[in-house]
Design a protein around this ligand. Structure first.
Ligand code: G1P
Length: 290
């Protein structure tokens, strides 16, 4: 039971980044020099995923073009002898047929977006990646989860502790630690107010799910924010199957938030030898005026 398919819900309008996202998909916003979506796609391939399923919507054409060949640019780079860049853009394009697109034609929430991929995924366990959650780590999260799945054979979500006053931004768990970094989930609730949250252990956008989730999502039950929530379907799944939380190592950035996005840019740029020194000098300098 290998995890071969990964679903990427990418239909969101990105209104938080208007005007940048008026005519551009929010997933194409760059962190340093790579679109946010590319980090997640690379993470999926590195975890052994063979098929990427984008659940898109209107205005996402740039995403399709990004993962396709562009002969014009390739020719121009070749003529200019820019072999490095040529290699980079060629490597970016997955083998033909490994990316599948389907559309979510109503904005009914994350759970609904995943349900839209049901026929493409079929009857096998699969991964879900929310590209907004960008994780800087030496141990790429999905690959670690795939390893855990091989052993635990159950659905799983990446988790981290959040500030107690932030629980209303996340799916929050009631869970029991069973191993280093592994929790058995007892209950979960989508975006509870801090005073109602069972803990401060939050779901972050990496999941491995068994296909039974599609039937539960198919019931179309509306949850928090009037949307079909993945967390609610997982809560129903809990009654039938165990679900685990994997507490990942690394730093997570919320690229769906303007400040989180800026932090991600700075953190990823600081990892780059060609940018690091100048940036540190700049940060030290402006810090004096804070
Ligand atoms: C979604 C999920 C939520 C999860 C979060 C992680 O929420 O519904 O359970 O904690 O992603 O980023 P969203 O951020 O789409 O509102």
């Amino acid at each position: 039971m290998k995890i071969k398919k990964a679903v990427f819900p990418v239909a969101g309008l990105g209104t938080r980044f208007i005007p940048a996202t008026k005519a551009m998909a929010k997933e194409m916003l760059p962190v340093v020099d790579k679109p946010i979506i590319q980090y997640a796609v690379e993470e999926a391939f590195a975890a052994g995923i063979e098929q990427i399923i984008f659940v898109t919507g209107r205005g996402k054409k740039a995403l399709e073009d990004h993962f396709d060949r562009c002969f014009e640019i390739e020719l121009s780079l070749k003529n200019k002898g820019k072999q490095d860049l040529l290699k980079q853009i060629q490597e970016l394009v997955p083998k033909t047929g490994t990316i599948v697109y389907t559309r979510q034609n109503e904005p009914l929430g994350l759970g609904h977006a995943i349900w839209c991929a049901r026929d493409i995924v079929g009857d096998e366990p699969f991964a879900v990646l929310l590209a907004d959650d960008l994780i800087q780590t030496d141990k790429p999260v999905l690959a670690e989860m795939v390893k855990k799945f091989d052993r635990l054979r159950a659905s799983m979500a990446a988790v981290m502790e959040v500030e107690k006053d932030q629980t209303d931004k996340y799916g929050i768990l009631e869970a029991t630690q069973v191993e280093d970094n592994i929790f058995r989930i007892d209950d979960m609730v989508e975006k509870p107010l801090p005073e109602e949250a069972p803990s401060n252990l939050a779901i972050i956008g990496r999941y491995i799910l068994t296909p039974r989730i599609f039937e539960l999502l198919g019931k179309g039950k509306m949850g928090a924010g009037g949307e079909i929530q993945l967390t609610d379907a997982m809560k129903s799944l809990l009654k039938e199957q165990p679900i685990f939380g994997y507490k990942f190592e690394g730093k997570r950035f919320d690229c769906g938030d303007k400040v989180g996005f800026q932090m991600a840019n700075l953190a990823f740029a600081l990892e780059r030898p060609d940018m690091r020194e100048r940036l540190i000098r700049f940060v030290n300098e402006i810090q004096k005026s804070f």
